[in-house]
Design a protein around this ligand. Sequence first.
Ligand SMILES: [Zn+2]
Length: 307
Amino acid sequence: MANLVLLLTCCNFYKKMQILRDPGSCMPLSFVSQWLNEISDQERFKIITYNSLNLVPLQENDFNLAAKKEYKEWIKNLTNEDSKKIHLLIQYDVDAYPERTKKLLQVNEKYGIPANIMIFHECHSREKLKKYNKLELIDYEIDYEYLKYLETKGFVIGYHFNGYERALFNIDLTSKVFIEDVQELRKHFDIKYFSPHGGVKDMQGKTNPHCVIIPPKIMKSIFWVHNGKSVKFAKTYSDGGITAKLGEYKPLKERSLIDFMKNMEPGKRYRILLHPQYYTDNYIFSEYMAQSAEWYYNLCTKYPPKV
Ligand SMILES: [Zn+2]
């Protein structure tokens, strides 16, 4: 009997530990907070948003050409003062756990660092789509009021396109989902930019970015800024798929944000894309990531998980 009680106590303790850690997280929020503090140094950095750039589509769907033209003009018009600073654009893709994005945004707000926040109109279960080809909408409770307030502070809200998935890979329905999403989001925000979510592959290996059909009605009022087509930067950083063990991503040891920051030069512009769901103070330390990259091990040693 005593053994059984002990066993149950151990199991409960283990379960509690699992529950206490934030699922899907792998990085310390304190690290990003510290980073935001560093880049709030206005002597060294100039924080920009997509609104700071003169992004005008030239003709139908010609985003890359428009982006190229904008970049050329941006370099040409750089003032002497601006050429002494590192220009940084921060993008947050809100794929899951919107409450974690809010926590991070509160740090951005504290340091006066506007970010570009890409949100879905509706979020669905990746697992259900992948395993059963079914669409199941899931909780995605974004604090619209807070985002609206941030918009007044220079933050930018954009559309994170997941329309090909939500149309169950039916290309003919994709454009309908696109326009409905944008129209709904525009009831709350000034949506002028979009970025496709990576997401689940169809039978041919295609994902949202391969299957973007922009409805002609809004072609001139929305700019494709990232993933598939892109605004131009000297270099970009993304933590996308940082927990993935295999696949198309760069090796983890080359994906340190600290190393990326070290190689920046004044007078150039850079984009840093983060997925806020990875960052909490109660994160799950990944043995695999620690074995793959020293920078990750060092980061977790400096900012250990708090329970
Ligand atoms: Zn995404």
